[in-house]
Design a protein around this ligand. Structure first.
Ligand SMILES: *Cc1c(COP(=O)(O)O)cnc(C)c1O
Length: 417
């Protein structure tokens, strides 16, 4: 399902809402999401997991807007968090703490305490040190902390090195060989309750084989633990399913999960999933306006009002995002090959290279596949207020985050007396 469609007049819409109208009402740059697309992505997982005891824990870091979390909470989702801040967001958005798993290599004592008090489902523990600290803090609160160990299966997910997490060289997880002794230790600690096992090998995975291979390795460990009397009640296979940005053969959830579920056939443990990108990535776009067209000696530049502070993925991973004009018709300029760049003082501030577009100054562009790791990774670099966010539901465009104002950006600062 494509997020955008053209009406009979050639104007681009998200659901029944006109993007030109959204730009007029809320300004640009502006992130625009679709409730129907979020729901469809979630339903894709639900259908793939029909008949299984499974919990889909949306990875909050992909897009943490309260309205998005609330859409998933209403659909019955759990949440995968990586900070105390994300826990606070989930609770504020109406999410159920009893469906929250807490991942991350560097949880602070303060965050552990908050999660224990909220009554989360499970801590995905990533080191021996974390296990000891969690036991101590749970003891001080008179509680038992539910734990999984995040095991590193040493499987190559064949993705971008910055988003590959399951290799021996990664900072994430517990080395495979150390998992068994650490589970034995966890069993001895009085304020821990061993519930499960977890792995997450990387992001934007297009080939389902590495995830199935990781699951098979994990199952070997689950059986070895059972033989020692450590029975786990859930297996968390992480997130990472890839999406189509350009021309990738991105799998449907059913196809991606099939080899994994085959490996897990007949298991009685509950299955947990932590998808982020695949639930939100293609449910959002970044709406921007062309400010200046500039013709250099070798390149044509279209300077737009969105920049790397709004969408960091091109600068960070050299990522591709498709771009389409919001309006219809051709201009006097004709089609040219453009560098689509932002106004920031960095040559790395680009949103797309070599785009063949027919543009005029003032035109609106939709930068697609921007729902995941877009707004969530945005910053105020160059003292740029962050974009507004809009969630479309049918014909209605709801403002779900106001555009920041410049005065807010330095409100916490002070000068010397
Ligand atoms: C980032 C992350 C996810 C989500 O990854 P996606 O590629 O967005 O699906 C899930 N689990 C953990 C532990 C993560 O760090």
């Amino acid at each position: 399902m494509s997020l955008v469609r053209r009406d009979t007049a050639g104007q681009l819409h998200v659901e029944e809402a006109s993007l030109a109208e959204i730009a007029r009402q809320f300004g640009t740059p502006c992130y625009v999401y679709s409730r129907a697309a979020l729901t469809a992505a979630y339903d894709g997982y639900r259908a793939a997991l029909a008949g299984r005891d499974a919990l889909i824990c949306y990875a909050v870091k992909a897009n943490s807007n309260l309205a998005i979390l609330n859409v998933f909470a209403r659909l019955g989702a759990g949440f995968d968090i990586v900070s105390g801040g994300e826990l606070a967001r989930v609770i504020k958005a109406g999410g159920d703490p009893a469906k929250v798993v807490f991942s991350g290599v560097g949880k602070s004592r303060h965050e552990m305490r908050a999660a224990l008090e909220a009554g989360i489902l499970c801590f995905n523990v990533e080191s021996a040190s974390e296990l000891e600290t969690l036991n101590e803090i749970a003891g001080s609160l008179g509680k038992r902390a539910p734990v999984s160990l995040r095991v590193n299966p040493n499987v190559d997910p064949k993705t971008h090195p910055y988003i590959s997490t399951g290799l021996k060289t990664a900072k994430f997880g517990i080395p495979f060989a150390e998992a068994l002794p650490l589970y034995r230790r966890a069993r001895e600690l009085p304020h821990l309750a061993v519930h499960g096992i977890d792995c997450h090998i990387g992001s934007q995975l297009l080939d389902p084989a590495p995830a199935a291979e990781a699951a098979a390795k994990i199952l070997g460990l689950v059986d070895a633990l059972a033989a020692e009397g450590i029975a786990l009640s859930h297996i968390d296979v992480g997130g990472g399913m890839g999406i189509r940005y350009r021309d990738e053969a991105a799998p449907a959830a059913t196809d991606y999960l099939a080899p994994l579920l085959k490996v897990l056939t007949g298991r009685t443990e509950r299955l947990l999933f932590e998808p982020g990108r695949s639930l939100v990535g293609n449910a959002g776009l970044l709406l921007t306006r062309v400010e200046v067209l500039k013709h250099g000696e070798e390149k044509n530049f279209a300077v737009v009002d969105a920049a790397m502070n709004d969408l960091a993925r091109p600068a960070l991973y050299d990522a591709w995002h498709d771009m389409v004009k919001v309006g219809a018709g051709s201009t006097a300029n004709g089609q040219k090959r453009y560098e689509i760049v932002g106004p920031i003082c960095e040559s790395g501030d680009f949103l797309g290279h070599d785009r063949d577009l027919d543009l005029a100054e003032g035109d609106l562009l939709a930068i697609l596949s921007a729902g995941a790791y877009g707004m969530a990774m945005s910053s105020n670099y160059n003292t740029r207020p962050r974009a507004a966010e809009v969630l479309v539901d049918g014909a209605t465009a709801h403002l779900v985050r106001r555009r920041e104002e410049v005065a807010q950006l330095f409100a916490l600062e002070a000068v010397l007396p």
